[in-house]
Design a protein around this ligand. Structure first.
Ligand code: HEC
Length: 92
């Protein structure tokens, strides 16, 4: 899945920037504490039962016909995996 070793690691600086974007942008629809709003609850407890693959696909491609936009222009695969891991840990 990781095509380029140089991309395999999300740098600390990039993490801060991604975390900020997720809080602001995702938070605007999913709630500032991710408890839900226009979009569903993305808190760690609820996400545990949802497979990473599904979450990654949804974040990457969005859900056509709904307000959930695609994020692949903003985040690469490693970064999306990192976001999913952090959401599941409740660390964003
Ligand atoms: C413009 C509003 C909006 C923004 C911004 C947004 N979402 Fe969503 N999101 C939604 C809506 C609405 C849904 C539910 C769509 C449906 O199935 O009807 C959704 C669904 C999802 C789902 C699927 C949840 C489930 O239980 O199936 C995930 C995961 C998700 N969003 C993550 C994110 C992440 C991460 C971001 C930021 C990178 C983000 N969203 C930004 C509106 C938004």
């Amino acid at each position: 899945m990781i095509a380029n070793a140089a991309l395999a690691e999300v740098t600390a600086q990039r993490r801060d920037s991604i975390a900020y974007t997720v809080q602001q942008d995702c938070g605007s629809c999913h709630g500032l504490t991710f408890a839900g709003g226009l979009g569903p609850d993305l808190q760690a407890e609820r996400l545990q039962s949802i497979p990473d693959d599904y979450l990654i696909q949804v974040i990457k491609h969005g859900i056509p016909g709904t307000p959930m936009p695609p994020w692949q222009r903003f985040f690469n695969d490693e970064e999306i995996q990192w976001i999913v891991t952090q959401l599941k840990r409740g660390s964003l």
